[in-house]
Design a binder for this molecule. Structure first.
Ligand code: IMP
Length: 206
């Protein structure tokens, strides 16, 4: 069976394929299609945006589709950057500018608690979706450290560690990350959806 992954972010694809391992499941991504609508990520929550992305791609492709939406929420900033994480420093998406803006916003701030969140939506070909959400709590560092990963990884120190996500190997990050947690839940969700399916997958109940 084929599952469309509704992302063009190669980092996310790699993380996702490493974690969401279902025997017999083959991944396609958006680069295999030319007719995909651009989706505006204007939801108020990661959950809303994940569903929106998965549904748009599922309806356009007629395939079972998975999409994620993720970001970082900083307690002292009232949850910012939040759903605006990708474009925190404006368009186009620029990881270095986002990190510089976040460090500036946190200048002199003692309470550096933050969490990464990830919502993973699985949508059937008719547009009915289910969502799993995972979190990873931690703190914002005082300077960028490490060169692995992407996005805010050089600034995020997960709870229980003294190093940033960007100083971890991919395997280490995948043991603890918000995306890994959401994907493990999504894998269970996937198995539940198809548990009773025989040769034809059963559409989700609306
Ligand atoms: P999305 O593509 O709309 O989900 O945007 C997510 C944004 O949140 C990315 O552009 C990154 O800035 C940030 N982000 C999400 N997950 C991670 C992660 O695992 N590490 C670092 N940054 C992340």
């Amino acid at each position: 069976m084929k599952l469309l992954i509704a992302t063009r972010n190669p980092h996310k694809l790699t993380e996702l394929a490493a974690i969401f391992k279902i025997p017999g499941l083959e991944f396609l991504n958006l680069s295999a299609f030319t007719n995909m609508p651009e989706v505006e990520e204007d939801g108020l929550t990661f959950r809303d945006n994940a569903i929106k992305k998965a549904r748009a791609a599922a309806l356009a492709s007629g395939m079972w589709t998975m999409a994620d939406d993720s970001g970082i929420e900083v307690l002292a900033l009232g949850g910012q950057p939040g759903v605006r994480s990708a474009r925190y420093a404006g368009e186009p998406v620029n990881y270095a500018a986002n990190n510089a803006k976040l460090l500036k916003a946190m200048n002199g701030v003692a309470d550096r608690r933050a969490r990464f969140s990830c919502a993973v939506a699985i949508c059937d070909p008719k547009g009915v979706a289910e969502v799993a959400v995972g979190y990873c709590h931690g703190t914002i560092g005082f300077e960028e450290r490490g060169s692995n990963g992407f996005g805010y990884d050089p600034l995020f120190i997960p709870s229980g560690f003294a190093i940033t996500f960007a100083e971890m190997s991919a395997e280490e990050k995948n043991k603890t990350s918000h995306r890994a947690r959401a994907l493990h839940l999504a894998a269970t969700m996937w198995k539940n959806i198809f548990e009773k399916a025989t040769d034809t997958p059963t559409p989700l109940a609306s």
